[in-house]
Every structure is written in structure tokens, then in C-alpha cells.
Design a protein around this ligand. Structure first.
Ligand code: SF4
Length: 237
């Protein structure tokens, strides 16, 4: 694990007791990050492009069956399995704890996607088009990825950069809650909380100290920056 040199270590907490599986976060992510819209054909081939997915599973026996939801996005692991396997260093770790992806370096070997235990990287098998008037919704802050490039959640790095630039212009650090990725901003249940794990007073750092916390596939030693709070207190049938 690398030494912390930045005042920021971005991370997220997902409260599974709050998530209702509505999918608003998935749509917000798609709209914010120019994520390609896939149709029946791509979905049937398993070539969905979403950076965030909601896994659904059932617990209990009929008639007392309950649905449970698990939002899964890039875990921004501190020891990310995707990084050492990239032959061109397109997948890298930045000092703020983000697992970055340099699109114009990517040569499309897909080693990173195959080595990610969370299956959160998606590959552009096609040159996706945004027919008019859908092209009007493309964000000018984000590259539109061409065919042959791997992509994934960035914690909306464009928003983080802007917040850091604004804060630096005012000679201060980014305040807690000042920056949120699109998914966290949109979640009506406030199930997603984003912030600076390096600041022990931040909301996200306080939530991480909850006894309900766990990380996905923690035994693999990937040290994800996304924490989950165990659900089970409410019914979402
Ligand atoms: S928007 Fe919030 S409540 Fe809806 S699926 Fe996403 S995390 Fe769950």
C-alpha cells in the first residue's frame, strides 16, 4: 500500500439499508459520463456499458421473500488488481486514491477487466453513436470513448478536479460535501455518501467507523475505497 502524500483519499460508503434499487444512480452516471446507451443486442451479448450496476437478490422463503440490492461500481482499490496487468500503464493510481484510466493510452488488451474481481470495467466493442438529438446531452467535460477502449467509474473525476481547482484558488482544501459524484448527488435515499477518507471528521470517514461496515471480497487484499454498510433492518419487497 502506497504512502499517503495527498490531503485527499476519496472514498464512498453505500448504505444497503437505504438502497431501494430504484436505479436513479445508474441513469445519473450514464448521463454525467457520456456512457454509451446499449440496446437489446448488446445487452444480450453481455456488452452493457454501465459503470454502475445494481445487483438484486432475494432472501427468505416464500411468502416472506425480500429483495436486497447491492450497487456495484469501481471499488477504487488501493491495491488494485487491474493496475499491474496493464502493459501500457493506462490503469494507474493517483495520489488522491483514485484508480484512473488513461483512455488514449489504452490499447484494448482487456487484461485489467479480466483481472478485476468486481467486474466493473466495461469495454467498447462498438463505436457507439448518439443519434440526434441525443448528442445534445453529451457532457463537454468528458471524452467520448471510441471502440477498443476500456472504461469504468472515475468517481466523476471531472467534478473532483473542478472542486479542487476552486478550493485551491481560495487557498483552502475541498470542504466535506462540496463535491459529489453524479450517483451520490442523485440517490433519493442518500444511500451513497462520498467524501475524503483522509479527513477523520468527514461524513464518509465517520460512516466507515460503523460496526455495520464491510468491503466486497475483502479477503482478496485489494483494499477497496468503497465501503458498504450491512442491510437487513428494513423490508424492500
Ligand atoms: S439511486 Fe440510491 S436507492 Fe436508487 S439504486 Fe442507486 S443507491 Fe439505491
Amino acid at each position: 500500500m502506497e504512502k499517503q502524500t495527498s490531503p485527499y483519499r476519496w472514498g464512498m460508503v453505500v448504505d444497503l439499508d437505504r438502497c431501494t434499487g430504484c436505479g436513479a444512480c445508474v441513469v445519473a452516471c450514464q448521463a454525467e459520463n457520456n456512457v454509451a446507451i446499449c440496446g437489446k443486442k448488446e445487452i444480450a451479448e453481455g456488452r452493457n456499458m454501465h459503470w454502475l450496476r445494481i445487483e438484486r437478490f432475494w432472501v427468505g422463503e416464500y411468502p416472506n421473500v425480500r429483495a436486497r440490492f447491492l450497487p456495484v461500481l469501481c471499488q477504487h482499490c488501493r491495491d488494485a488488481p487491474c493496475e499491474p496487468v496493464c502493459p501500457v500503464y493506462a490503469s494507474y493510481h493517483n495520489p488522491d486514491g483514485l484508480n484512473g484510466q488513461v483512455y488514449n493510452r489504452c490499447v484494448g488488451t482487456r487484461y485489467c477487466g479480466n483481472n478485476c474481481p468486481y467486474a466493473v470495467r466495461v469495454f467498447n466493442f462498438y463505436s457507439h453513436q448518439w443519434p440526434k438529438p441525443l448528442d445534445n446531452q453529451l457532457s463537454p467535460d468528458i471524452t467520448v470513448r471510441p471502440r477498443g477502449v476500456m472504461e469504468k467509474c472515475t468517481f466523476c473525476v471531472q467534478r473532483i478536479r473542478r472542486a479542487k481547482e476552486d478550493a485551491s484558488g481560495e487557498g483552502r482544501l475541498v470542504r466535506d460535501g462540496e463535491v459529489q459524484p453524479a450517483c451520490a448527488q442523485t440517490c433519493p435515499a442518500e444511500a451513497l455518501v462520498f467524501g475524503n477518507l483522509a479527513d477523520p471528521r468527514s461524513r464518509v470517514a465517520r460512516l466507515v467507523r460503523s460496526p455495520r461496515r464491510f468491503r466486497l471480497l475483502e479477503h482478496l487484499g485489494t483494499h477497496p475505497s468503497v465501503y458498504y454498510l450491512k442491510g437487513g433492518g428494513r423490508e424492500h419487497v
